[in-house]
Design a protein around this ligand. Sequence first.
Ligand code: SF4
Ligand code: SF4
Length: 283
Amino acid sequence: MKITIASGKGGTGKTTISTNLSSYLAKEADVVLADLDVEEPNSKLFIEGNLIFEKACDKMVPQWKKEECTLCGNCEEVCRFNAVIKVGDEILVFPELCHSCYACSELCPTESLPMMPQKIGELKHFKTENLDFVEGRLDIGEEQAVPLISQVIEYIDEKFSQDTIKLFDAPPGTSCPVIEASRGSDFVILVTESTPFGLNDLKLAVETMRVLCQKFGVVINRHGIGDNGVEEYCNAEGIPIIAKIPNDRRVAELYSKGELIYPKIQEFETALKQIAQFVGGVK
Ligand code: SF4
Ligand code: SF4
């Protein structure tokens, strides 16, 4: 089973829930947690483990071969991302803008733009006694999260059996990286908080999930702060509220020390149990 944990915005407690839920479920099942928040992965702060595998991850970008180029300009015309442009008698490639679509390379009449691998980040696999943890981390300055997220998911699909529970900690927001992290998931948990900001971003996340025809439910974190807007919205829209995690200062204290919450706060463990029961019943 694949479960993605996402949120319309950062700071809602998505990583707290991902790390605690994975550790909680791993008490009775094989679990792998993937940190797909590749621009700023921080799940490792809460999951201890030994590094058992690491590799560099690449994306393919065109490399200009001046010798055969006729300066026809086809490549510039075909690139929807302005990643390749003709300047005088030079062809410039901007790898950070390239989406590796191969169009310029395939349509170059003189094969002057072969696609070559370029490193964009790293994948690391850690293991504790009962939990696997895989992290994708983009190199500094790299902007393309999607190719790295795809490679981490591919690695997990190859490495772990169908019986393993796969939890994906998605990047915040509602753009392409989140869509990539949610693709193929059996269920998406949207983590929000009961504030007007939380509600606004939740609505955007819900729209995205509906466009993707994705099954989803909501976990309200820090319940008790703010207002009832999130609950009223979920009820009106028929969106299941899977759990409400009470606002508790001790959670922030444990978080700041890099500790898991559920072993120390009963209410948090109860919420995890509700989440586990809910997603366990998803067909
Ligand atoms: S399409 Fe090929 S031949 Fe034409 S300008 Fe680009 S690199 Fe040169
Ligand atoms: S591979 Fe696609 S995105 Fe990259 S430079 Fe060529 S046309 Fe543009």
